[in-house]
Design a protein. Structure first.
Lengths: 276, 353
């Protein structure tokens, strides 16, 4: 009897999870499925699946919408942004967790409380700053405001705090400097957290829309994929199959990145502290 | 390398953790810093390693003043109580790390790390991560890592406290062996007198930051400097009777008979503590001397430990199994010359004949 109730319970659990997964997955499936259809197929609802996989939509969208440039911009902005953010985050987290200086915790508290300021409010000040730096309309304007993150610093700082001080003392006695200790011991230990942070940051950078729109209003050459896609939808006219192909191009790199880092993300998210 | 400390003081706010300690640790010896918790022994070790700044006083390694030197420049190896292995590195990488920092070429440092891994008998586990090792194995790795850079001084902080009882005995012999093989001056901290007496050449016994006695291990037992040392070293603990010294005799408070103890430089009528090791108490058939009743007996190996009672006084004595009295027997008690000490009751200072 027990066995049977267990099985029913487990079935229900899987069913719930399946429904949830299906709801999450369906829009993506719809997008990818549609991107392979001809326009006629798409509008007439004759068949659920495309009769043949039409690669032509991708080629057309790629060429029509200046996607190569957007793609290049997106990759550049994302890579540089993530690299700089990681560097700044690691140094800041180390400083706020392991170095001793007056007002350390107060400064950090102030920084954390600044997370409550809505992003839209910062846009105006950031805009002014960028203009004064004479970066408006240049690709660096998409990078400079996003090279540090209090949230990531907070996550990493918590991890660093869980590392026992005896490791630091041990490394010092082994002859390592503070700098060497950070890069040889702390950073490799924090790898799962760092991968998670890098991925979250990559997704944020890749999808950044509002700011890109604002900055690229003066120069269409610095458009990145998300804004490029929106522009494309208005510039290309109503061709749903092409829109879907464009959207697929935007999403796929992030999906691939996620699949590569899946294992690290799970450890990074689930790890509570440091053992052993 | 010889280590010399002069008037070493460590103050935390208004607490004095180490108070004016002087000592010289002879080169190549194994020295134990012993004492109850809070006696300042770990603080001493941390000051020797350079982790903790010194408040006052000087530390010399041979003739070099290292008092202000940072830990990475002192050429010391330290084994932490929790071993502090780098969790993301394999055993081999852990042992290699100090050499990597020194920029020793890769092939050379791997060879050297393997040599030390063999010495501590951990060479079968080179690819394992620390979490895949037992406590004893982790400790071996920690010792190898401390030794691989060939330090002039090896420091061990409560090295055995995280191990179970059987492993503890095994590892303390291992520490002895490794110390002998490497010939490095070694200082280790412990609160366990048996651990200290079983493997060290010298013991420094501390209490509340003050050095009580620093001597060869056997002298600490045979020739304690004060009552605290006599009480701390030895298991079962030394017998203590309180009373008055009078003309070569000791008059205990607990019972009537006086004990002849010989001439000491003590004023008649002074209050003293008469202390005797259990093996220095002679138990005989009842005769004219002090008579006591056998309260309890415990057989341990070839000896029997008898608890003797007279009035409120208790004495523990080791007797050969063959001649051991029965419980409730009345026996006579006298004392050997060795293992018998007289201390000032108030200060605990020892009186000499």
């Amino acid at each position: 009897m027990k066995n049977r109730t267990d099985r029913v319970k487990s079935f229900m659990q899987y069913l719930t999870l399946f429904i949830g997964a299906a709801i999450m997955f369906l829009p993506f499936f719809w997008m990818i499925n549609s991107s392979f259809k001809t326009e006629k197929e798409l509008l007439s609802f004759q068949s659920f699946f495309p009769k043949q996989l039409l690669i032509d939509n991708f080629r057309q969208a790629w060429e029509m919408g200046d996607f190569p440039r957007y793609f290049g911009n997106s990759v550049f902005v994302t890579v540089v942004c993530v690299a700089l953010t990681m560097f700044v985050t690691i140094l800041a987290a180390y400083g706020f967790s392991k170095l001793k200086f007056p007002g350390r915790d107060l400064i950090f508290t102030v920084l954390v409380s600044m997370m409550m300021i809505p992003y839209e409010m910062l846009m105006l000040t950031n805009y002014e700053t960028i203009r004064h730096m004479h970066l408006f309309g240049k690709i660096w304007s998409l990078i400079v405001p996003f090279t540090s993150s209090i949230f990531y610093t907070y996550i990493l700082r918590n991890f660093f705090l869980s590392v026992p001080d005896s490791l630091y003392q041990s490394a010092r006695i082994d002859g390592a400097s503070d700098w060497q200790y950070l890069w040889e011991i702390m950073v490799p230990m924090a790898k799962p957290s760092l991968v998670t942070i890098a991925l979250l940051d990559a997704i944020t950078c890749w999808n950044s829309f509002m700011w890109t729109m604002l900055m690229s209003s003066g120069n269409r050459n610095i458009r990145t994929l998300p804004f490029g896609l929106t522009a494309f939808t208005s510039e290309a006219g109503v061709h749903y199959n092409l829109w879907m192909a464009g959207a697929t191009i935007v999403v796929i790199p992030m999906i691939v990145l996620f699949l590569f880092c899946r294992k690290s993300i799970i450890t990074g998210v689930s790890r509570g502290g440091l053992k052993g | 390398m010889e280590v010399r400390i002069e008037d070493l003081v460590k103050r935390f706010d208004d607490v004095i953790a180490v108070n004016k300690v002087n000592a010289t640790f002879e080169s190549g010896k194994l020295i134990a810093l012993l004492g109850p918790s809070g006696c300042g022994k770990s603080t001493m070790l941390n000051m020797l390693s350079g982790i903790m700044p010194v408040t006052e006083g000087k530390i010399y390694f041979d003739d070099r003043d290292v008092t202000m030197l940072s830990p990475d420049k002192r050429e010391v190896g330290l084994v932490f109580q929790n071993y502090a292995l780098y969790p993301h590195m394999s055993v081999l990488e852990n042992i290699c790390f100090p050499l990597k920092i020194k920029r020793v070429p890769k092939a050379e440092r791997i060879e050297k790390a393997k040599e030390y891994a063999r010495m501590v008998h951990i060479d079968d586990y080179l690819d394992r991560l620390p979490k895949e090792l037992s406590g004893g194995q982790q400790q071996r790795v920690a010792i190898a890592r401390a030794l691989v850079k060939q330090p002039k001084l090896l420091l061990l902080d409560e090295p055995l406290s995280n191990l179970d009882a059987k492993l503890r005995v095994e590892m303390r012999e291992e520490i002895r062996r490794i110390q002998r093989e490497s010939g490095v001056t070694t200082v280790f901290v412990t609160h366990d007198q048996e651990e200290a007496t079983s493997i060290s050449d010298y013991i420094m016994l501390m209490k509340l930051g003050v050095k009580q006695q620093f001597a060869k291990t056997r002298n600490l037992y045979n020739d304690p400097a004060n009552l605290f040392v006599a009480d701390f070293i030895g298991n079962p603990t030394i017998n203590q009777l309180h009373g008055i010294y009078e003309k070569g005799n000791f008059r205990p408070d607990a019972y009537e008979n006086a004990i002849p103890i010989g001439r000491y430089q003590i004023e008649d009528g002074s209050r003293v503590v008469f202390a005797s090791r259990p093996e220095s108490v002679i138990v005989e058939k009842k005769n004219g001397k002090t008579v006591m009743e056998v309260e309890e007996t415990y057989v341990s190996g070839k000896d029997t430990l008898c608890v003797l009672k007279a009035g409120d006084g208790r004495l523990r004595a080791y007797v050969d199994n063959d001649s051991a009295p029965q419980e409730k027997d009345l026996v006579s008690v006298s004392f050997r010359d060795r293992g018998v000490f007289v201390f000032n009751e108030e200060s605990g200072e020892r009186y000499y004949e």
